[in-house]
Design a protein. Structure first.
Length: 167
């Protein structure tokens, strides 16, 4: 068991999530993971002024007193004023890695929902499918578009994958 203070003072290569006294090092991102993460980040970053978003990659969030999570990409409607934000982003985006365990991954989704993240997007770079999660439940993205409301935001997955395929 590791204390919150000890975890925050430590440096973990590639970052680590902290859950109730345990440290879980993040999976190393493979090329496909990194490309999708980068394209999603770039897509949102290019539109940040238009959408009034503050976009960040691999930001540590304190989702509860004893839990710290690191989404691949997240966006805020207002710039967070803390180095480790304690306010939920809008949305959190996770890009799957082959090593992601389904049970641990769903615990992470539950942490985001309990934290108050209104939209959670999960993208699989190999199968090119996506799921969205919110307080109303989850659904597979079948039309190729990740969406939010208030404000309205649409990320066209074919555009994300086309940028990767063009390389």
């Amino acid at each position: 068991m590791v204390s919150v203070e000890e975890c925050l003072r430590s440096s973990y290569e590639g970052g680590a999530e902290y859950v109730d006294g345990e440290v879980f090092e993040r999976n190393w991102g493979e090329r496909s993971h990194s490309e999708v993460q980068g394209e999603l980040l770039l897509f949102l970053h290019i539109r940040r002024a238009e959408l009034r978003l503050f976009v960040l990659a691999s930001l540590t969030l304190q989702v509860s007193a004893t839990r710290f999570r690191i989404p691949d990409v997240c966006a805020y409607l207002e710039e967070p004023n803390e180095e480790i934000p304690r306010t939920p982003p809008f949305p959190c985006i996770e890009v799957l890695s082959p090593e992601d365990g389904w049970i641990r991954f769903h615990e992470k989704i539950d942490d985001y929902l309990n934290f108050g993240v209104p939209y959670i997007w999960v993208v699989n770079p190999w199968s090119r499918w996506a799921w969205t999660y919110n307080t109303e439940g989850s659904r597979e993205v079948k039309d190729g578009a990740l969406r939010t409301e208030n404000p309205s935001l649409t990320v066209a997955l074919p555009e994300i994958f086309a940028a990767i395929d063009a390389k």
